[in-house]
Design a protein around this ligand. Structure first.
Ligand code: IPM
Ligand code: MG
Length: 354
């Protein structure tokens, strides 16, 4: 296994350290050989080379079997909308260059974390959703324009049929192996690109008669998700809607610090937490490493087909939580102060349990 680690910005460095240690530990335990390489992306890459995705990083990415990525972004740019070169461009470019058109975001609450969410436990218990967010189209990659007087701006929301088809195909297959329910989310009552989306999904649904397909408008979906998350199983949606909906859904898993994601296409996979660079806590040693560790579980399963190894990681995380250990973001009023751990101590607990 050739793994490229791209720590990125902010807490990315701290959390990927533990993702990597988990890979090493599993490799030893199950007798796999792994080699690692590291590369820059994001603000750190801009500082070092002027480019958020240096050529060297892209070359290393192409040569790897899978990528473990941390986080991207810097406050410096968040409040400077005029900046031409931005950290996020690195992530968007690598997604496009590697053809990572499907972003899988599983939302599953560990029972131990029922109290960590701001949503009532009885609403959350048993929720288990798998999001398929399209990742290389939509307003993210459509033409961007600014008028000469700079007073008008637009981002083109654009989809081609094949882009909808290829991710929908993956989502239908996943639905077949789960509870056979798929909900496609769009805004077909207003947007032409959503009407193409819906038409395409409806057409494809005929190939999967065993899957119950439902279509929902994004505004309604955002509401239903919090009202009754158990209603959903596989959710298929476009890039921007998926970006927003999955941040919302992180509350169903207790915290942003718990959510892992896999960005896949036809070859290399990139695995990353859905949380951002969190500069407010970067360098303090308190970031939750579990999303990075859970991303590693996804990597084992999806890129390498190693289900037992993936389960060993999931079990170790579950056992750590069961033993009462929490990082600050997932602690609640019942957590004893002794059990609130920093990044390193939490990472160690998981390693010990593997
Ligand atoms: C995500 C992030 C990115 C996105 C940003 C950092 C460009 O929010 O992966 O969800 O919008 O896709
Ligand atoms: Mg996001």
């Amino acid at each position: 296994m050739k793994i490229l680690v791209i720590p990125g910005d902010g807490i990315g460095q701290e959390v990927t350290t533990w993702g990597r240690k988990v890979i090493e530990k599993i490799a030893v335990k199950f007798g796999h050989s792994v080699s690692f390489d590291e590369a820059l992306m994001g603000h750190v890459a801009i500082e070092a080379t002027g480019n958020p995705l240096p050529d060297e990083t892209l070359e290393k990415a192409h040569k790897s079997d899978a990528i473990l990525f941390g986080a991207i972004g810097h406050i410096k740019y968040d409040n400077d909308p005029t900046a031409k070169v931005r950290p996020e461009q690195g992530l968007l470019k690598i997604r496009k260059e590697l053809g990572l058109y499907a972003n899988l975001r599983p939302i599953k609450l560990f029972d131990e974390l029922l109290g960590a969410s701001s949503i009532k436990p009885e609403i959350l218990k048993g929720a288990d959703i798998l999001f398929f967010r399209e990742l290389t189209g939509d307003v993210y990659f459509g033409e961007k324009k600014r008028s000469e007087d700079r007073k008008t701006a637009s981002d083109l929301m654009i989809y081609h049929q094949y882009e909808v088809e290829r991710i929908a195909e993956k989502a239908f297959k996943a639905a077949q192996s789960r509870s056979k329910r798929l909900c496609s989310v769009d805004k077909a009552n207003v947007l032409e690109s959503s009407r193409l989306w819906r038409e395409t999904v409806q057409e494809l649904a005929k190939k999967y008669p065993d899957v119950t397909t439902e279509h929902m408008f994004i505004d309604n979906a955002a509401m239903q998700l919090i009202k009754d998350p158990k209603k959903f199983d596989v959710v298929l949606t476009a890039n921007l809607f998926g970006d927003i909906l999955t941040d919302e859904a992180s509350q169903i898993a207790g915290s942003m610090g718990m959510l892992a994601s896999a960005s896949i296409g036809d070859k290399i996979g990139l695995y990353e937490p859905i949380h951002g660079s969190a500069h407010d806590i970067a360098g303090k040693g308190i970031a939750n490493p579990l999303a990075s560790i859970l991303s590693v579980a996804l990597m084992f399963e999806i890129s390498f087909g190693l289900k037992k190894e993936a389960d060993a990681v999931l079990d170790a995380v579950a056992a750590t939580l069961k033993d009462g250990f929490r990082t600050k973001d997932i602690a609640d009023s019942t957590t004893s102060a002794f059990n609130i751990l920093g990044t390193e101590a939490m990472g160690m607990k998981v390693l010990e349990r593997i």
